[in-house]
Write a protein that binds this ligand. Structure first.
Ligand SMILES: Cc1cc2nc3c(=O)[nH]c(=O)nc-3n(C[C@H](O)[C@H](O)[C@H](O)COP(=O)(O)OP(=O)(O)OC[C@H]3O[C@@H](n4cnc5c(N)ncnc54)[C@H](O)[C@@H]3O)c2cc1C
Length: 549
């Protein structure tokens, strides 16, 4: 044995740190949106999620991907998905942290900030591992829609809100906790679900209300091992929302066959499947024939999670980039001290803080269902946040990856997560309503008086603080009025997002962050890639705020 070389100038891993304690942007967003919130549980979660043990679970759950076992060795259909134990460890941690249905429990509601607290926890967990959060997110989102069938909700609510995870395929009442998913997309249409062909034939009625026999398919059904799903199917009255459990109340398996698992770009730890319904039993939720608005009550909340999740992924990739460049030397200096690298990192930091501010502002609206302004904010900011934050995610993660040079592109480099983040980013933009659908939805919202007034109200506190923001705020209502059709809807969604982000930063971030954001994103002192901030930017202040430790 003889040494060929000495290993040096490679960074120490970013591990055993507190994801919450180092995230000043998230803390500022919480202080602004939920003043007085007790953040002790987030401190504890942040410490847990930064440990080597949790990082190892995240890696293993992605390397050992889920496998479908459609039949038993004796030829019986079992439709089971097998996961690595690390997947279950992550699920237990997320459910234990109350990131699924817990905010809807009576004791959590009493705090007045249950959704904010959960949103911050969800963002932090995404930094560790985003893909297994898919069923967590759907279980969180299902309650507003499921409540329309009071009998089913009364039976399932204790398990939906409990902090216990049980992956067994059993009758819901024999389990301490359950998860739920959603099935809308079919082969012939995903955005336009009116094209759904799955049929639901009336089959009597029982304690859970009108019952149907369902025959058809879903082209995408993520997390098929969930205990139940809300699905769309055509009843005699039109497209309707139905509750379809995997195990029926008498203990028999329902007619849901998992055909195969999708082989995806990323999102590896999450099983996404194609399924067929073979005379499956399901119960009506909401009004028959009004399935789309009914299931959209769930879609609205999963869209919030797309924004929160992307903001979390941005934060994690920024943390890794900062951590790496603070240790790596090139051309006689730390990378972080090279002027152009400072520009790239500061530009990423602005984007990350703006994404956090917007996603958390949206989350606040869900804590105030009886407040008309907050409801208008929820209608307005959901498509904006889902569109803009998720659109920025892919560019962001590419640039953060590049800060690590070749190590960033290697699976085990970049703390083992940079490549995973890069692969994950596009899905948040595609599922739950792709970019165009969100932009068109925003235009629809802004044409209503309450959403337009809500936008003006949100921008008002920052008017007079930066000329570019003042200009944009004055122009937006005119643009909406003059817009003949949706051809410029993306441009509108982008500009509304930037204006709202700027107004939030005016209230939550130091002056250096606010002015650099406005100068670049609103004032035109910016290029088409990250790292194009003007020379007068206060790079020191922006970077000092963003450091993860
Ligand atoms: C990993 C993964 C998991 C998923 N899990 C689920 C799940 O659990 N349940 C579920 O129901 N679905 C799920 N989906 C499906 C997802 O929600 C759909 O793929 C998405 O809604 C888009 O539908 P589509 O694929 O049919 O594309 P299309 O509807 O064909 O859209 C294609 C493109 O056209 C654009 N477009 C559509 N209409 C218009 C228009 N009027 N004007 C301009 N542009 C338009 C869209 O923005 C999109 O960019 C999942 C998808 C992925 C990738």
């Amino acid at each position: 044995m003889h040494a060929t070389h000495e290993v040096f100038n490679q960074p120490e891993p970013l591990v055993n740190y507190n994801l919450f304690a180092g995230n000043q942007a998230l803390q500022a967003a919480l202080a602004f949106n939920a003043p007085g919130l007790d953040t002790a549980s987030l401190q504890a979660l942040g410490a847990q999620l930064g440990t080597a043990e949790m990082q190892t679970h995240a890696r293993l759950a992605n390397v050992h991907t889920p496998e479908l076992r459609s039949h038993s060795r004796f030829g019986h259909r079992i439709d089971q998905v097998e996961f690595h134990p690390s997947y279950h460890a992550l699920m237990a941690a997320a459910v234990g942290a109350g990131l699924h249905g817990t905010p809807f429990s009576v004791d959590q509601q009493a705090s007045g900030h249950a959704h904010m607290l959960r949103a911050a926890g969800f963002m932090l967990f995404t930094e560790l591992e985003p893909s297994m959060l898919c069923p967590i997110s759907m279980t969180y989102a299902v309650t507003p829609a499921l409540r329309s069938n009071a009998a089913i909700y009364a039976d399932w609510a204790p398990q939906l809100t409990s902090r216990a995870y049980d992956p067994a395929l059993k009758l819901w009442r024999d389990k301490p906790g359950v998860t739920m998913g959603m099935g809308m997309t079919e082969k012939q249409g995903g955005s336009d679900v009116r094209a759904n062909t799955t049929q639901a034939v009336p089959d009597g009625s029982d304690a859970w209300g009108p019952r149907f026999k369902v025959t058809g398919h879903k082209w995408f059904l993520s997390a098929p091992m969930c205990d139940a799903f809300l699905i769309l199917a055509q009843t005699p009255s039109g497209l309707s929302c139905l509750f379809l459990p995997r195990v029926l109340p008498d203990g028999a398996r329902n007619g849901l066959h998992v055909q195969r698992l999708k082989d995806k770009l990323g999102n590896k730890a999450n099983a996404s499947s194609e399924v067929e319904f073979v005379g499956a039993t399901a119960w009506l939720v909401g009004e028959e024939g009004r399935g789309v608005p009914q299931i959209l009550a769930m879609g609205t909340m999963t869209r919030l999670d797309c924004a929160l999740g992307t903001a979390g992924l941005m934060r994690q990739s920024l943390s890794i980039a900062l951590h790496h460049t603070a240790q790596r030397q090139a051309f006689g200096k730390r990378l972080m001290d090279q002027p152009l690298m400072r520009n790239v990192l500061a530009d990423l930091a602005l984007e990350s803080e703006a994404a956090t501010a917007l996603a958390m502002r949206l989350a606040r609206s869900f804590d105030h269902p009886a407040d008309a302004h907050e409801q208008a904010i929820s209608r307005l900011l959901t498509p904006i946040a889902k569109f803009w934050i998720c659109k920025r995610g892919s560019y962001f993660s590419q640039e953060a990856m590049e800060c690590l040079g070749g190590n960033g592109y290697v699976e085990e480099g970049g703390e083992g997560i940079m490549a995973r983040i890069y692969r994950e980013m596009p899905v948040n933009s595609i599922w739950e309503g792709a970019g165009n659908i969100m932009a068109i939805d925003l235009l629809r919202a802004l044409r209503k008086a309450d959403a337009a007034a809500a936008l003006a109200h949100e921008l008002a506190p920052a008017i007079g603080m930066h000329p570019a923001l003042d200009r944009m705020a004055a122009e937006l209502p005119i643009r909406v009025e003059q817009m003949a059709n949706e051809v410029e809807a993306r441009r509108l969604a982008q500009d509304v997002a930037l204006a709202v982000q700027a107004a939030l930063l005016a209230q939550t971030a130091p002056a250096a962050v606010f002015s650099a954001f406005c100068d670049s994103r609103l004032g035109g002192q910016w290029g088409l890639s990250f790292g194009t901030l003007g020379a007068g930017t206060d790079f020191d202040a922006i970077l000092a705020r963003a450091l993860p430790q």
